[in-house]
Write a protein of this length. Structure first.
Length: 397
């Protein structure tokens, strides 16, 4: 009960700071609106991936390039293909935005299946990444079929030649090769999401991105509050009260947890009502996952308070550190466009796990799909709180 009283006291202090409270709520709403509207063209939203105009130039006639054009690019529903007769014309069309993505197939491409050259503008890089994945999938499939056919033909020719004669072995090998080739002619489907049943709009993405970023500011706010108490009489009064140090520390943890969770709920309600953001079919998932992220934030605030001693350090982390986490974690740029190495680095940030979880909820995953991010955030909060409490116990003795 004493811990809850301390937590309630901390919550009221932050909630009574109208300027700070409104900044933590109004600013993410404004940024969500601006970024969601400005970048809506590169997201598919509820309508799926938007139609993409593609220019294609083949440097030298190539059967494999013809197969890519006829069997893949022309049959992909969201691609509108335009063939051009020179590389200069292709670059000019991309520059003038007559096409969104340009594809250059170099000479002798079918012989070694080198990477095709793609041209795009700054605002169509995400679409260029999708087109690149389509071409890579085609080339990988061709290479797999080619190597498999070569191995099967060699083995079948040798085996059948021994049993029935050379002619029959050659015929069998050719038949198997044709069957492998036909099995490879399966229409490729490019989905908008790797999990879930619906795609994510720009407004949904940046609602989740701004939420996880601004909740992260509570890490420094909670730590700064604990540091301030060391330089005022508040800590002395708490120590003179009939309670042990762990009750005080738990109360400080719960105070940050309360504020972060209430901030999350208010943002969730505001974006749903005013921006029509669809957070998914299950409100329970949003609330439960949001609570677990708040636990992680509260735990990190104690961990930070345990390792810093000056308010200026907390302010520096708030101004630079949180922004760095936001950039790496996907709050500024869509994580879908990150290179694989950067995605690996992003997995080290708690806000990336939170963002991924909220996006999964929006796309329609079940509870089982949230088990990993849910567990990671819970572990971050628990471990951070235990380490922070262990290091801070002497200060609140």
């Amino acid at each position: 009960m004493k811990s809850f009283l301390i937590a309630w006291k901390d919550f009221k202090i932050r909630a009574m700071d109208r300027r700070g409270f409104m900044t933590m709520l109004i600013m993410p709403l404004i940024l969500t609106l601006i970024l969601g509207m400005a970048l809506k063209d590169i997201f598919g939203g509820d309508e799926g991936f938007r139609e993409t105009s593609v220019g294609l130039y083949v440097d030298k006639k190539d059967p494999m390039a013809d197969a890519l054009k006829q069997d893949v690019l022309e049959k992909t529903e969201f691609l509108t293909l335009k063939t051009v007769d020179s590389e200069e014309k292709l670059k000019e069309m991309v520059k003038k935005e007559e096409v969104e993505v340009g594809i250059l197939i170099p000479a002798e491409w079918g012989a070694n299946l080198d990477e095709a050259v793609l041209y795009s503008n700054q605002d169509t890089q995400l679409k260029a990444t999708v087109v690149e994945s389509i071409i890579s999938s085609f080339t990988e499939r061709v290479q797999t079929i080619s190597k498999t056919s070569e191995a099967v033909m060699k083995n079948a020719t040798q085996t059948q030649a021994v049993a029935t004669g050379e002619g029959a072995g050659k015929e069998t090998a050719e038949r198997v090769s044709m069957e492998l080739t036909e099995s490879g002619k399966v229409d490729m489907e490019v989905g908008n999401q790797s999990v879930g049943e619906t795609s994510i709009s720009s407004m949904q993405y940046y609602a989740a991105a701004m939420l996880v970023m601004f909740l992260l500011f509570n890490v420094t706010l909670g730590a700064k509050s604990m540091i301030q108490e060391r330089h005022t009489d508040t800590l002395a009064r708490l120590n003179s009260a009939p309670m042990n140090q762990y009750s005080i520390l738990i109360g400080k943890f719960l105070g940050t947890l309360y504020f972060a969770f209430i901030q999350l709920l208010l943002f969730y309600v505001a974006t749903s009502l005013f921006f029509n953001v669809n957070w998914g079919e299950s409100r329970g998932q949003v609330v439960a996952f949001g609570f677990m992220y708040s636990v992680a934030v509260a735990g990190l605030s104690m961990l930070l308070a345990a390792f810093i001693k000056r308010e200026k350090t907390a302010d520096l982390i708030s101004g630079i550190g949180i922004q760095l986490f936001a950039i790496v974690g996907g709050s500024m740029l869509p994580i879908y466009a990150f290179p694989e190495r950067l995605k690996t680095i992003a997995a080290l940030t708690p806000n990336n796990w939170a963002l991924t979880g909220f996006l999964d909820i929006m796309s329609g995953v079940g509870w089982s799909g949230l088990l990993l991010p849910f567990s990671v955030l819970g572990l971050i909060g628990l471990v951070s709180m235990l380490i922070g409490a262990w290091r801070l116990r002497g200060r609140y003795a």
